[in-house]
Design a protein around this ligand. Structure first.
Ligand SMILES: C[S@@+](CC[C@H](N)C(=O)[O-])C[C@H]1O[C@@H](n2cnc3c(N)ncnc32)[C@H](O)[C@@H]1O
Length: 222
């Protein structure tokens, strides 16, 4: 298994479950846009995205739990995706794929209603004010998700960051979308198994520092 970043970037190029979409072509429609079911997964199971998936822990673990759903992790960092892609190959999971690209181009990858659910797992909190609009739960991003997710499609957020958590609650309210669950300490309060039973790389880092792990979910296109 390659250890350095360059070797991992090179390795994923030959993987059948990883698609690299460079910045220069990310504004064009991707070849599977509107065709993920027919041409890639070859089934009509729901498609679940993990945006900012890093090493893809949620995509892989949920794919094992739900063989009748398809999972696609998106991240710009190829060396992190490499780990998830190898895990999915070793576990022989046909229902997992990864896209290496920028999340802001997500509407180039999927048509309206093609996506069923979205997980945002420990996204960067972007704490400096000019960067708030880069948060994966900023209004611009939620509008993009609304353009690809089905009616009442659920978005899940896990984070350690209180500011991002509260910011997201305000954005969902201001956009008149439907908050489904707000839990500011998932290991102290009751939470679904898939929320507590899957831990990402960043979750482990934040938990080791004693940070409370928070979860919320909301529905879009209500
Ligand atoms: C803090 S890490 C969390 C990774 C993983 N979900 C976890 O919990 O371990 C945030 C991830 O989001 C990715 N990311 C942030 N903004 C992105 C963007 N606009 N497009 C693609 N990936 C992005 C980063 O590359 C990074 O891997």
């Amino acid at each position: 298994m390659p250890k350095n970043k360059r070797a991992k970037y090179k390795a994923i190029k030959s993987f059948q479950n990883v698609f690299e979409i460079p910045y220069s072509s990310a504004q064009e429609d991707f070849k599977y846009k509107g065709k993920w079911h027919k041409d890639f997964f070859k089934n009509d199971y729901p498609i679940v995205l993990e945006l900012g998936c890093g090493k893809g822990e949620y995509s892989v673990a949920l794919a094992q739990r739900y063989p009748e759903k398809n999972f696609i992790g998106v991240d710009i960092k190829g060396d992190r995706l490499y780990k998830g892609a190898v895990d999915a190959i070793e576990k022989e999971l046909p229902n997992v794929a990864f896209i290496r690209s920028q999340i802001q181009f997500v509407t180039s990858f999927f048509v309206p209603n093609e996506v069923d659910e979205i997980w945002l797992t420990f996204p960067d909190p972007q704490l400096q004010k000019p960067r708030h609009r880069k948060r994966l739960t900023a209004p611009e991003f939620l509008k993009k998700y609304s353009n690809i997710i089905r009616k009442n499609g659920i978005v899940h957020l896990k984070t350690d960051n209180t500011e991002l958590f509260e910011f997201t609650i305000d954005v969902v309210k201001n956009m008149n979308q439907k908050m489904l669950c707000v839990n500011d300490d998932i290991y102290a309060l009751p939470a679904p198994e898939e929320v507590t039973g899957i831990k990402t790389y960043y979750e482990e880092l934040f938990a080791a520092k004693g940070e409370k792990i928070k979860y919320l979910s909301f529905a879009l296109n209500i």
